[in-house]
Design a protein around this ligand. Structure first.
Ligand code: GLU
Length: 495
């Protein structure tokens, strides 16, 4: 049986799920599972102008890719639906009117021109940031200044209106944030928040509070950028006479070069921004999850590797940091390497086949492929790099890497030729790593040169590259015929 803990991830479907959004989802998920609670996905799609069609599907598939199970949501269903705000419009209307009835909100009929005039007038008289507030509302066109008859007439007439929250003039709003501790805000600088827009849609604040209440959300866990909205929400909870949920605001994700990790900064630093890109680039989901969990949280010891299941057990909000968390891409790759190497050669072979198929790369038989994988997997950060670094296993080099060629010196041709002769007589079954290595040692000894003098040109001849997996094991796997043919091609092509 689930506990009473109910937690929601509430993205707006305005684009593909951002990596910061994914971390928010993950922290909500870890907290829910740790407390044996319910994880809810709520789609906050009240801003129709920013709505993106594929976004909801992208959010759901991103969470699934990471292994997060949604207990209640637009696709999973649940007792508190619908889980898309656009399908809950009437509810917000009813609640906004309740606030009018109890004196905490009012209709405002001001036209955009009238609002501009008010702002200009106040700016001229020395107020740099005019507000629609406890003072100005008294001289505007709203249900507090107009007679009841006039208001009813306007409503009947279908005149445009918004519903605004009557923000108290001078009050300090206080709350305890589970991460930040005591937080307080003055209402002095606040506008009378619009709750219901003239198109009948609720604003984020109204819909968010109504839904958190209606869906019995016990903990709101979201990014720090929403901290300044929280006093408005607390005012709303007070106006409704509801108990607010517990609040926890997560630290910002920072760019390695400083400042918030914006889309632009991420792109500049080669950090993929959307979860979708991590999926497309074949990152290991376990690595991204493990990495994101540590982006603002730690279990308080030196441990770093934890599965999603472990993380659910370990995660508590009191270990989330207040300060910004720097996105260290190298660390993510380190995690990726770890989870990649944990997989068997069979598993990797199967995955590589499907990647290769979509990229129209032809792969050798399973035994060969698994051998190649075992030589390569210690050297790559991402699975697809096995195909890049290991392409010489799958086809003859079509050209020689230019940078590597700088190591092809005037004596290279002769040394490689001598090596070819030394291995040409080996039987097929003698063509194995240890022998291939000792033959190389004999050649360099005879010529009185260092290891690299022959090793590098030989590598270039056989693989086309300047680096890669162990050369002798690679040659063994490629087999005598292929290796000799490649050496011959190199000797014909390179002086
Ligand atoms: N819809 C908001 C978002 O896009 C939700 C913020 C919240 O969790 O309250 O992140």
């Amino acid at each position: 049986m689930a506990s009473s803990v109910r937690v929601r991830f509430a993205p707006s479907p305005t684009g593909f799920l951002h990596i910061g959004g994914l971390r928010t989802a993950l922290y909500n998920y870890l907290f829910t599972r740790h407390n044996n609670g319910t994880f809810i996905l709520r789609i906050e799609d009240t801003d129709q102008s920013r709505y993106v069609d594929e976004a909801e599907q992208d959010i759901i598939s991103s969470l699934e890719w990471c292994g997060m199970q949604i207990d209640e949501g637009p696709e999973s269903g649940g007792d508190y639906g619908p889980y898309r705000q656009s399908e809950r419009k009437d509810l917000y209307h009813t609640y906004a009117e309740k606030l009018i009835e109890n004196g905490h909100a009012y209709y405002a009929f001001d036209t955009p021109e009238e609002l501009n005039q008010m702002r200009e007038r106040l700016q001229k008289s020395g107020n740099p940031s005019p507000k629609y507030d406890a003072i100005t509302r008294q001289s505007m066109k709203n249900s507090l200044t107009l007679s009841q008859d006039e208001v009813e007439k306007k409503l009947k007439n279908g005149d445009d209106y918004v519903i605004r929250l009557k923000v108290p003039r001078r009050e300090t709003v206080r709350f305890e944030d589970l991460i930040r501790g005591h937080v307080s805000f003055e209402t002095k600088g606040l506008d009378d928040q619009v709750l219901l827009k003239s198109d009948g849609m609720p604003t984020y604040h109204l819909a968010n509070v109504v839904d958190d209440h209606e869906m019995k959300i016990t903990h709101v866990i979201r990014g720090e950028e929403w901290l300044s909205s929280t006093p408005k929400h607390i005012l709303l909870y007070n106006a409704f006479g509801w108990e607010p949920p517990e609040m926890a605001h997560l630290p910002l994700i920072m760019s390695p070069s400083g400042g918030k990790l914006s889309k632009r900064k991420a792109e500049e630093e080669g950090i993929p921004v959307n979860t979708k890109e991590y999926i497309k680039q074949n990152y290991e989901p376990e690595a991204l999850v493990n990495f994101l969990a540590y982006l603002g949280w730690s279990p308080g010891d030196d441990s770093e590797i934890h599965s999603l299941k472990d993380l659910c057990e370990l995660f508590t909000l009191d270990r989330v940091s207040k300060g910004g968390a720097v996105f260290n891409h190298k660390k993510l790759l380190w995690y990726n390497e770890h989870y990649l190497r944990e997989q068997s050669n069979e598993q990797l072979a199967e995955r590589l086949r499907s990647i290769a198929e979509s990229e129209e790369i032809e792969l050798p038989n399973d035994d060969f492929l698994k051998e190649a994988i075992s030589l390569l997997k210690e050297r790559v950060s991402k699975i697809e790099e096995i195909l890049e670094m290991g392409d010489f296993f799958f086809k003859d080099p079509e050209s020689y890497d230019e940078k590597a060629l700088k190591k092809w010196k005037s004596d290279s041709h002769d040394l490689v030729k001598q090596y070819r002769e030394s291995v040409a007589d080996l039987d097929k079954d003698e063509f194995e790593a240890a022998t291939l290595k000792s033959n190389l040692e004999k050649v360099i000894e005879k010529n009185g040169v260092g290891f690299g003098k022959l090793m590098m040109p030989l590598r270039i001849a056989v693989t086309g590259q300047g680096f890669g997996p162990d050369l002798f094991s690679s040659m063994e796997l490629l087999g005598k015929e292929t290796v000799i043919a490649r050496i011959d091609t190199a000797l014909d092509t390179l002086d």
